[in-house]
Design a protein around this ligand. Sequence first.
Ligand SMILES: Cc1cc2nc3c(=O)[nH]c(=O)nc-3n(C[C@H](O)[C@H](O)[C@H](O)COP(=O)(O)O)c2cc1C
Length: 459
Amino acid sequence: MSRRAHSSSPPSSPRLAKRPRLDFEPLTSEDYKNGIVLAPMVRSGALPTRLYALKHGASLVWGPETIDKAILHTTREVDPSTGVISYVGKTKAIFTTHPIEKPYLIYQIGSSDPETAVQAAKMVMQDVAGFDLNCGCPKPFSTHAGMGAALLSNPDLLCSILTSLREAMPPEISISAKIRLLPTQEETLKLVERIIDTGVSALTVHCRTRSMRKREPVLIERLREIVEFVERLGRGVAVIENGDCEGFEDALRIRQVTGAHSVMIATAAEANPTCFSPTPLVDLEKTFIPAYIRLCKHLNNHWSSTKFCTSQFKGPHVTASKADLKAIRDAIQHAKCYEDMDAHAVPWTGEEEFQEIVNVLESRRRPYAPLLLPPTNSTTETFETQSQQDEMQISQNTTPVEVDDDLKTPPIGTPDPSVLRAPLMPANELRMPMPAFITGELTTPTPTPSASQSTMFLV
Ligand SMILES: Cc1cc2nc3c(=O)[nH]c(=O)nc-3n(C[C@H](O)[C@H](O)[C@H](O)COP(=O)(O)O)c2cc1C
């Protein structure tokens, strides 16, 4: 726990001198670089989508914007059989996560008040790697309360929220901001400099102005100057391009045009969470949607969320017949619960889908990530880094992947006491035991997938 966040005792206190054991390396600016990241998406950026994005190569994932006040009155509940952590409000979970995504999870806050933002951050800090402030949402529900894109015209407030978060959070929690372009480049650079001065690790620039609509093409030609400006400031802050990226190949193009350190994807990932991979899945109705539904059932994801997300999935059709596609689409449309999907999702092997994701995440470790983009200063011909080549090999390989010991994530360790004190949801004894690296019971071997389960990337 943070000294600053949780105690007013003097720093000399012996109790406070003891620092907690971190269960993963904290994020630095470097971890925001050379990657393709999943954008914050209300409704669409649900936990199962984030897990699949990570499995298929997203280097970090942003959670959906959560308004600061909304999380304050929630109760943290942990499902002991799946490990899913839910922040439950009066009627529903406001935010849901899982410890396996924690090293990669950026929680996005909607706020117009520094104190409330800090209170909200303290509520969830044990479950996330970083916080991002939404300074780009142009929707009236956000702007009328001074949040989102309204902060762009109130830089004092915007920066005081970031400063307060930076001061209140321990150093191992990173802070970032997501903005839109201001009408002129000069104003944008001024704002960017102020934001960088608050101590953020990364800045995402959605390359549209506040008044631009989604159908209007992004102004990525304005980004290079911003990136170079940030680099000249010398703090090492990562600049992430956002807007109109279609997937892995496109991210390479965008980086070439803009010089951005990383690229963030929303709409294309909403349609296909595997788009981060150089070999994204096709025929999603056959290859991806059934697996996604199985994982959702295993994680007890609310059916309405699963139904909404699956109804957004679309991708190229290569071998699937029109009849196949229509059958599953119709079934999803009419289904009222998971059991209504039996014909398409049986056998319900959600544990295996989950285990495959655990395996992939165990096999990567920051700053290594399977789909790192080449550094911005490398030549464009050398697109495929070793890790990308490895990943492509993995994606074509149906045999279990041998993971070098050096690349294994260190055990995550015993859940922190706050996890154990959290109210527990009813256990489901039929569930697969939690992997040892999550429970910390190192005498229990992590379940080993059978050969048939080890078809990574061939869900
Ligand atoms: C379904 C959906 C939900 C979104 N929710 C958020 C959000 O919670 N916070 C945010 O900053 N932006 C949100 N956005 C905007 C995206 O993060 C992103 O800035 C924008 O869509 C441009 O990226 P794209 O061209 O890849 O879609 C959302 C976009 C979509 C499509």
